[in-house]
Design a protein around this ligand. Structure first.
Ligand code: NAP
Ligand code: F7E
Length: 327
């Protein structure tokens, strides 16, 4: 039975990846932080077979202990402070966790691997935020990085550290440059879920208004369930490498509003939506669109859920959830 360790087990991707690996017959360990993590019950309910170990990405000694206890064949480093807007207010903390945390995991993995001839396979959750002020359209593995937020800068550090450990120590360390991926499990601070939750509440008469920032930014949005499959495929390759994972389509926040309101039968959303500078960012990433052709050719990966299906899935979930909460 192969063993996998996942950091970020309480997050959107951690839950989908745990389900996928358990289905494939893995013994799965998850890193959980804090003394009374509020998402513990959720993890236990969704993936009861995952074995939880306490640790924090900023504590390398603790990570070393977690590796000894779990003895993983594959490590998926998904843990991060992942909310871009928050990263300006907490730039130093974001650098420590999202950036230096990757180095801590790589170093703990290198020491755990020691002189063993069996390579531990390491996955780093890199991000399309690294492209920032894009230097090429669409963005591929070779596009110059130009991050626009403390989060993006921290991810660039983690990305290059992963490549550096691969080149310096021969580690099987791969980096997935994933474009935005969403689901009914997406945190409500991110724009897709903020919109689908609000639209469901407006439809049910529980909310009157949705307040947003920049409606013109464009993102390449896919389904998280498809994207965790790409992570696993990367670690099954004989040689570690970096891959862009994206749909190759882009949509603005306005398109998202069109699709979400249309899904509940509202054609004109303008009376319900207000813009507030509070939600504007000091530096915006205007356009993201990925070129996933390398992942298609090498990993045999392609997205299964398109933009309209994704929005529909999230709206249906939020209508169910909000109906239950409204009762
Ligand atoms: P998420 O839902 O925000 O989950 C982040 C996870 O990181 C949570 O489990 C969180 O645990 C954990 N974490 C935060 N600080 C930590 C620390 N100091 N030590 C250990 N764990 C810590 O993120 P996601 O959407 O699943 O994304 C997974 C990874 O992919 C992240 O690295 C993210 O930056 C990256 N990424 C995401 C996307 C996307 O569109 N979703 C795209 C590209 C890359 P707590 O519950 O304890 O806070
Ligand atoms: O913003 C605009 C906002 O917060 C998307 C993370 O998973 O994907 C995610 O980062 C866009 C931006 O995601 C609101 O200005 C407008 O242009 O949903 P988001 P993100 O910043 O793209 C990348 C790939 C990651 O790696 C990250 O971890 O939507 N926007 N109005 C808004 N965004 C939010 N959150 N809230 C608004 O009210």
């Amino acid at each position: 039975m192969p063993r996998a360790l996942i950091t970020g087990i309480t997050g959107q991707d951690g839950l989908y990846l745990s389900e996928l690996l358990i289905e494939k017959g893995y013994e799965v360990f998850g890193l959980i932080r804090g003394q009374n993590n509020p998402k513990l019950d959720l993890v236990k309910a969704v993936v009861p077979d995952v074995k939880l170990l306490t640790g924090d990405l900023s504590d390398v000694a603790g990570l070393t202990r977690v590796l000894s206890a779990s003895q993983p064949d594959e490590i998926y480093n998904l843990g991060a402070i992942s909310y871009v807007a928050y990263s300006w207010e907490n730039a130093s903390l974001t650098s420590d966790v999202t950036g230096k945390g990757v180095l801590n995991m790589l170093e703990a993995t290198r020491q755990y691997e020691g002189d063993s001839t069996e390579k531990v396979k390491f996955y780093q959750a890199s991000s399309s935020e690294m492209f920032g002020k894009v230097q090429e359209v669409p963005q591929s593995e070779s596009t110059l990085l130009w991050p626009r937020s403390p989060y993006g800068v921290a991810k660039v550090f983690g990305h290059y550290m992963t490549i550096n450990y691969r080149e310096s120590y021969g580690m099987h360390a791969s980096s997935g440059i994933l474009f935005n991926h969403e689901s009914p499990r997406r945190g409500p601070e991110f724009v897709t879920r903020k919109v689908t939750q609000a639209v469901a509440r407006i439809k049910l008469g529980l909310q009157q208004e949705l307040v947003l920032g920049n409606l013109d930014a464009k993102r390449d949005w896919g389904f998280a369930g498809d994207y965790v499959d790409a992570m696993w495929r990367m670690l099954q390759q004989p040689v570690a490498d970096d891959y862009v994972i994206a749909t190759g389509e882009t949509h603005s926040i306005r398109d998202l509003l069109d699709a979400a309101f249309a899904a509940v039968g509202i054609e004109d959303w303008t009376p319900f939506v207000r813009q507030d500078p509070r939600f504007m960012r000091p530096a915006e990433v205007d356009l993201l669109i990925g070129d996933p052709s390398k992942a298609k050719a090498v990993l045999g990966w392609k997205p299964q859920v398109n933009f309209e299906e994704l929005v529909q899935m999230m709206i249906e979930n939020d209508l169910r959830e909000q109906t239950a909460l409204g009762r």
